[in-house]
Design a protein around this ligand. Structure first.
Ligand SMILES: Nc1ncnc2c1ncn2[C@@H]1O[C@H](COP(=O)(O)OP(=O)(O)OP(=O)(O)O)[C@@H](O)[C@H]1O
Length: 233
């Protein structure tokens, strides 16, 4: 199945006495198998744009289409369903639930989607965690893991419902260079081996330089949108 996310003149203004424009007139298309880094100075609207693309926020004006469907016509419930089925999220701070084992944390999005039996959810969560090198840790709680391990759990959780797109906000922002490299390679593998699309907001220039496409934002606007000449396999 092919899909596309199309942003057409997206603008997001925060209403206030002096309104703040977070995202200004952004038009772009995100397609299959893309590895995109969103860069830009602090406060340039990177996270705000990611939240719009991830259906976590709604634009003030402009349209966001997914598979040709205008998302402004969807109510919150339909948006939540689309998000659950199509998108996975990884944040700088993992937001794992501290009281649950990592296995349970990865099962949670599957429970929400309500498609699989308990046994199938367990097996899928275990398989994802094993693929990410966490086989021996399934019954541990997040605070028993290192920062790099926790971020890999967050990636496993993002993949739980087999999304088309993984949206990541500073996925390596709280990691040392070794763990950053590992998370980068995992995200790149999701695209080049797994056929997914990854859109990552990053301040990490080494990360951005090795993405296949770079969107550079300034003051909420896309200043440049460049693609690498050839994507390494
Ligand atoms: N809830 C809010 N209230 C007021 N201002 C906000 C709010 N959320 C974001 N902003 C402002 O909107 C602008 C864009 O924020 P955003 O977080 O999208 O930028 P960013 O490029 O991701 O920044 P950073 O790299 O520092 O994370 C910033 O100037 C920020 O201060």
């Amino acid at each position: 199945m092919t899909w596309r996310i199309e942003a057409d003149h997206l603008t997001r203004v925060l209403p206030a006495t002096v309104p703040v424009t977070l995202v200004r007139d952004v038009s772009l298309t995100v397609g299959e198998r893309e590895f995109i880094a969103i860069t830009g100075p602090s406060g340039s609207g990177k996270s705000s744009l990611l939240y719009l693309l991830g259906l976590l926020d709604r634009p003030t004006s402009g349209t966001l289409r997914i598979d040709g469907r205008d998302t402004s016509t969807l109510d919150d419930r339909a948006l939540a369903r689309l998000r659950l089925e199509m998108l996975g999220f990884v944040f700088q701070f993992h937001f794992l639930l501290p009281e649950f084992t990592i296995l349970r944390n990865v099962e949670l999005p599957m429970r929400k989607a309500g498609r699989l039996s308990a046994a199938a959810m367990h097996d899928r969560a275990a398989a994802l965690l094993e693929e990410l090198g966490l086989a021996g840790h399934l019954d541990k709680r997040p605070d028993q893991l290192s920062g790099g391990q926790r971020q890999r759990v967050a990636v496993a959780r993002a993949l739980a419902n087999d999304p088309h797109v993984v949206l990541a906000d500073e996925p390596t922002g709280s990691l040392d260079s070794k763990n950053s490299e590992q998370v980068f390679q995992i995200l790149r593998g999701l695209v080049h081996k797994g056929g997914k699309t990854v859109v990552a907001v990053t301040h990490d220039m080494e990360f951005a330089a090795r993405a296949d496409r770079r969107l550079h934002l300034v003051d909420g606007t896309v200043m440049s949108d460049e693609r690498a000449a050839a994507s390494p396999a």
